[in-house]
Design a protein around this ligand. Structure first.
Ligand SMILES: [Zn+2]
Length: 368
């Protein structure tokens, strides 16, 4: 019998500092502190969703409560390490402030901090989305942070450090976790697909990594979806269908019509995309992204750029690229106000042609 499917973010959650993807500055500092057994009592991990805040906090918790001693390489096999990995450690108290705001027992829990740990070295409070604690809970937290008992560690995580009171901030070591890079996410996606023995197209994984926009959790959840959509394989065509993406070739064609200043071809092509049921909002976004790619190729470096982008970049001025990009971004903002997506996209393209810096009246093509 096959094992029940476990979501990838959970199955591949790192259990050691070495397994962490990205965040090398933070892990290095934590490793040094652990190996020197020089530990502060309050830590605050900040960063956007899905970049590893609570994962790092749990690894840190294992490091200080592992039964084989405090170190940056917890054994992973003692009862405490296993309990922490399974979310069952009695001395690791995990709270999600987002779901407990203003609840009185949050304050009670924090006021219990003075009691000794039940079986481990430290009693650890891991409070996620700490900025959402109620005022009374913050006061209870502050009271403990001001005169922390030896046996207490606070691991706080937040996506919004601006909302954490300065009095709390100033008593914690703060670590700012970065969004993960495209390469970091892609590397992990490939590793997972290879380990699982699933079939994939690399370009499809690249699109998933892009979609993650710096968040490993978001990328992995999309990977889960695509694996089940593609029945065990992850292909470009499936991702395109799932996300309502417009084919790269179509965007290149549209850009070519713009560069040719061929209004009729632009309008016909939008009609065609619309008939095919393509996501026109996405098409406009992709077009802006293409202008960005062409600009980079023109101004900075065109090595590693695909031939179709090189060809476009030879036909358009830097000024026009800036103008087109600007109009595309604004067109996107106005799209919800347009009578229809199609009209919004058409007007945006026509605006590009109208304000084209190299426009000459005699060259303009008229709509029939
Ligand atoms: Zn251990």
């Amino acid at each position: 019998m096959s094992e029940p499917y476990q979501v990838l973010a959970r199955k591949y959650r790192p259990h050691t500092f070495a397994e962490m993807v990205g965040q090398s500055h933070t892990t290095k500092t934590l490793i040094n502190a652990l190996d020197a057994d020089n530990l502060h009592h309050g830590f605050l991990f900040t960063g956007t969703r899905g970049v590893g805040k609570t994962t790092l906090a749990r690894i840190f918790a294992k490091s200080i409560n592992c039964e084989s001693g405090v170190s940056s390489t917890p054994c992973g096999t003692c009862p405490t390490c296993i309990e922490i990995d399974n979310g069952q450690s009695i001395d690791l108290i995990e709270l999600d402030a987002a779901s407990h705001t203003g609840v009185d027992n949050m304050r009670d829990i924090l006021e219990n901090a003075q009691y000794m740990p039940t079986k481990n070295r430290y009693k650890i409070y891991l409070i996620d989305e700490v900025h959402m604690l109620s005022k009374s809970s913050f006061n209870a937290l502050l009271k403990t942070l001001e005169e922390p008992p030896e046996h207490i560690k606070f691991l706080l995580a937040t996506t919004d450090p601006q909302k954490v009171p300065v009095t709390v901030l100033s008593r914690c070591l703060q670590f700012t976790l970065q969004k993960l890079t495209h390469e970091e996410i892609l590397g992990q996606l490939k590793f997972i697909m290879d380990t699982e023995g699933f079939k994939y197209e690399e370009l499809a994984l690249g699109q998933i990594a892009d979609f993650g926009n710096g968040s490993m959790r978001d990328a992995l959840s999309l990977l889960d979806q695509s694996i089940s959509y593609g029945n065990g394989s992850v292909m470009v065509a499936d991702i395109k269908a799932m996300l309502g993406l417009v084919a790269h070739d179509d965007i290149i064609t549209l850009a070519q019509h713009l560069i040719n200043q061929d209004a009729q071809a632009c309008i016909d092509f939008v009609k065609e995309l619309s008939h095919k049921g393509e996501n026109l909002t996405q098409a406009l976004k992709d077009l802006s992204a293409l202008f960005h790619q062409i600009s980079i190729a023109q101004i900075i470096d065109n090595s590693g750029v695909s031939d179709d982008i090189k060809a476009l970049s030879a036909q358009i001025s830097k000024q026009d690229l800036q103008l087109f990009y600007h109009i595309a971004i604004h067109g996107n903002k106005e799209l919800p106000l347009a009578p229809s997506e199609q009209i919004g996209l058409e007007m945006t393209l026509l605006r590009m042609l109208t304000f084209h810096s190299e426009s000459h009246p005699q060259k303009k093509k008229h709509l029939s």
